[in-house]
Design a protein around this ligand. Structure first.
Ligand code: ZN
Length: 229
């Protein structure tokens, strides 16, 4: 039919309607097409090539949009959370590397600028996802370039808070086995303990906010302008 411009992002508000009710409603939501949740960049406009009057109020279009997530076909929680985490790691300009072994645990965050995240090579992609969420909780507390690491504080307070926060963050996005997986990977009960304090709460709030709007630079990352001399 050709009335929709292919050089535009077609946008409609689905409200609370189940997304499957939208499949087939428009030419751009036929079976076999993917539907994404997006945030428009710039003004919304009427489709300039529109020929179907009754659809006039049903959708708008814009030149470009941020893709937040695919909603049809639905993504598995793992797939969706992995995509969000990867975008946040890119905001952090994080250098990611795999190593044979680490002295403590299965992954590690270093708050250099740019920061580094290390994983042991033997992790499955699911374990790596959980480890990434864990390391993001440390990053939310020690943004790139911070020099405030305190080993005693880390072992007694920060690490248990990071595990509790990471389990809550994963669950928030539908990934429910964080604590079980970490226990199987040898994390001590002391570190997995029921510590849900203000530090864990802050980590949870910061990382969940970043992962909920992954197209934006997380608020807790300082913009890196030219260095003052
Ligand atoms: Zn940790």
């Amino acid at each position: 039919m050709g009335q929709y411009r292919l050089d535009r992002v077609c946008i409609f508000q689905s409200g609370n309607a189940p997304i499957r009710d939208q499949v087939g409603r428009f030419q751009f939501t036929q079976n076999g097409e993917s539907i994404f949740e997006v945030e428009p960049i710039g003004a919304l406009e009427q489709d300039p090539d529109r020929t179907t009057q009754h659809l006039a109020t049903a959708f708008r279009c814009c030149q470009r949009a941020w893709v937040l997530r695919r909603v049809w076909p639905a993504m598995l929680p793992d797939e969706e959370l992995t995509q969000r985490v990867d975008v946040i790691l890119r905001h952090l300009k994080c250098l990611v590397a795999r190593v044979d072994r680490l002295e403590n645990g299965i992954s590690m965050y270093v708050s250099t600028d740019p920061p580094r995240v290390l994983y042991v090579d033997s992790l499955t992609s699911h374990e790596r996802l959980l480890a990434s969420v864990h390391e993001l909780t440390h990053a939310a507390l020690h943004p790139p370039g911070s020099d405030d690491y305190d080993e005693d504080e880390y072992h007694h307070h920060e690490e248990p808070s990071a595990h509790v926060a990471a389990a809550r963050i994963c669950a928030h996005f539908g990934v429910l086995d964080y604590t079980d997986v970490m226990r199987k990977r040898g994390v001590s009960e002391h570190h997995l303990g029921p510590q849900n304090d203000t530090m864990a709460e802050m980590m949870f709030q910061r990382v969940t906010a970043a992962l909920s709007r992954p197209h934006l630079q997380p608020e807790w990352v300082q913009p890196r302008g030219p260095q003052a001399v």
